[in-house]
Design a protein around this ligand. Structure first.
Ligand code: FE2
Length: 214
């Protein structure tokens, strides 16, 4: 892990987490060591994954600091950063040519496919963040009703870490590549309403609890 000083002006908050706003500083050698196995540098999919992961990590870290108060738990912060950078590791196994992914699975599968990858790499907790972030969380009922091509089981964020990464991810689309799009809370709610009012309600509860990312 790269130890980078927080840019906060409050000295009491100085910890070794990445400064926000600089993709290079947000990067993390643990996460990049895994990403580089599947995403060659310079390829479209890798550029999209790294950029999107860094944006989600910046937002998630800001929320993590907000909920942690002046003395954040270092392992909590470290996990949030790694999990945010890795949460979409499964996209290369899906078919999404507009972002350089040429796999055979439908895109919605990237969460559980990412889980498999990270479990194989010995990161079971990070793996659950992958599986549980898709669509602001899916229930087994959602999967049945929408006939989604994923294993039928609850895939809802359960831990605070899983909730923060999933919430932060809602604000960032990967298209148009490579930078993607940032959405307002109102945009996110409108998008989620299309898939069910419970999803939008879950997001609203997170918004009340965490506040929008800076
Ligand atoms: Fe994502």
């Amino acid at each position: 892990m790269i130890g980078v000083k927080d840019r906060s002006t409050n000295a009491a908050n100085v910890i070794d987490i990445a400064g926000v706003g600089n993709v290079a500083e947000v990067y993390d050698s643990v996460a990049e060591g895994i990403i580089a196995r599947y995403y060659p540098r310079g390829g479209l999919a890798g550029n999209v994954l790294r950029r999107h992961g860094a944006l989600v990590a910046e937002a998630a870290l800001a929320i993590a600091r907000r909920v942690s108060g002046p003395d954040p738990d270092r392992s909590f912060i470290r996990f949030i950063r790694e999990a945010a950078l890795l949460h979409d590791i499964g996209i290369f196994r899906t078919s999404a040519p507009e972002i350089g992914c040429t796999g055979s699975h439908p895109y919605v599968c990237h969460g559980y496919l990412g889980r498999k990858i990270l479990e194989e790499r010995g990161l079971p907790a990070h793996a659950l963040v992958c599986e549980r972030h898709v669509g602001a969380g899916l229930t087994a009922g959602d999967i049945r009703v929408m006939s989604l091509p994923v294993p039928i089981r609850d895939m809802l964020p359960q831990t605070l870490e899983e909730e923060i990464v999933c919430f932060a991810d809602c604000f960032f689309s990967k298209t148009p590549p490579p930078g993607g799009t940032r959405h307002s809370p109102e945009d996110v709610i409108a998008m989620l309403e299309a898939y069910g009012s419970e999803k939008a309600e879950r997001f609203r509860r997170w918004l009340d609890r965490f506040g929008p990312p800076p």
